[in-house]
Design a protein around this ligand. Structure first.
Ligand code: C5J
Length: 223
């Protein structure tokens, strides 16, 4: 496939080569999305994140059909917490901290059921899964090397949460020279205002750190 253009992207049309553009799916993990999980025990309405799943599943299917590289990320830590900074560990309600027992295993610990990606978006064989200890997918991970090895220069960024891990990863990618299109209706937040403003910030000021478009426009461009 040659280059395609998302004409309705803001602040300007976004042209990309699907062979050198990765669909990045941030942290669609059970701990954040499932009722009864970590996200909900913090008092969040996980239904807001669940809304994203069918749209993201459609975009993922279109990206797979177009042969695009797919990169999934998971936020979490080693069982001994050696990669979790004490400042991050100290945060949160006393009985709901990273590593504590949760409904789906130890909270945000690699290998636990809750740490893994929801069934609807489960990675296929050959797709990259990046385990990240931070909010950004570049910090302390192999992501830069993975992208360089595949000559990927542009990213379609999706996942949760808009204002935290999606934003941090998009900012990190922008600073490293990647063109990022954030797919607005395939990102989600527990806080509707944070989502709205988070999306608006990306393409403001002429695209201060990226482009924004809806998934329908991206899927149409890939068809
Ligand atoms: C958060 C994330 N919000 N994936 N993680 O702690 O955005």
């Amino acid at each position: 496939m040659t280059e395609v253009t998302v004409a309705t992207a803001a602040p300007a049309p976004f042209t990309f080569d699907p062979a050198h553009t990765a669909l990045v799916i941030i942290d669609m993990q059970r701990d954040f999305l499932l009722p009864g999980g970590f996200g909900e025990t913090l008092g969040n309405d996980v239904g807001r994140l669940a809304q994203v799943v069918p749209r993201l599943a459609k975009l993922l299917a279109a990206a797979r059909a177009a042969g695009m590289p797919i990169i999934h990320t998971r936020e979490g830590h080693r069982p001994d917490l050696s990669d979790c900074p004490p400042a991050k560990l100290r945060r949160g309600a006393p009985s709901k901290r990273i590593g504590d027992p949760g409904a789906f295993g130890r909270i945000l610990i690699r290998g636990e059921y809750g740490h893994d990606i929801i069934d609807e978006l489960a990675p296929h064989a050959g797709e990259v899964v990046i385990d990240k200890p931070g909010k950004g997918a570049f910090y302390a991970t192999e992501l830069s090397d993975v992208l360089a090895a595949r000559e990927i220069t542009q990213l379609l960024v999706t996942g949760v949460t808009t204002e935290v891990c999606v934003h941090t990863t998009t900012r990190e990618a922008n600073d490293r020279g990647f063109d990022c299109l954030v797919v607005s209706d395939c990102c989600g937040s527990y806080f509707p205002d944070f989502h709205r403003v988070g999306i608006d910030m990306i393409s403001a000021q002429g695209g201060i750190f990226g482009w924004v478009a809806e998934s329908g426009a991206v899927i149409d461009a890939l068809a």
